[in-house]
Design a protein around this ligand. Structure first.
Ligand code: 5GP
Ligand code: ZN
Length: 117
């Protein structure tokens, strides 16, 4: 378990495989799994194993980890054969964040609208 693991956090539990999820990629720092309520033909969540509640709570020391998550997203997008895709992060309830463990949404497989609303 990472030092920062939170026993009452859904995505910490998914990363630790205490709760099942359709994992499409994982490494020492990150886990990527299918969203339970997909908003596009492909919708996966890119999360760190480390518990960080939201982007606003991240520290300067997390910069490499945050960059790694974006590289993982790019690689998984390639693996899932997404030509175009959207990478989204919701910070705070007003922006739609419902799970307080930082994660990027990787969405693809359909045209995307802008602004996202
Ligand atoms: P947020 O709203 O915090 O940006 O994103 C949370 C996402 O987690 C939502 O898209 C939601 O559908 C997804 N989600 C919530 N509970 C579960 C779960 O138990 N398993 C999986 N795979 N996804 C979940
Ligand atoms: Zn967590």
């Amino acid at each position: 378990m990472p030092e920062s693991w939170m026993s009452d956090c859904l995505f910490c539990k998914i990363a630790a495989k205490e709760i099942p999820a359709k994992i499409v990629f994982e490494d020492a720092q990150a886990v990527v799994f299918r969203d339970i309520n997909p908003q596009a033909p492909t919708h996966v969540l890119v999360a760190p194993r480390k518990h960080i509640a939201c982007l606003a709570d991240s520290q300067d020391g997390d910069a490499a980890l945050l960059g790694h998550l974006q590289r993982v997203a790019a690689k998984v997008a390639g693996q899932l054969e997404l030509g175009s895709f959207r990478l989204t992060l919701n910070n705070g309830r007003g922006a739609g964040q419902t799970v307080d463990h930082i994660h990027y949404h990787l969405l693809g497989g359909r045209p995307m609208q802008w602004p996202p609303g």
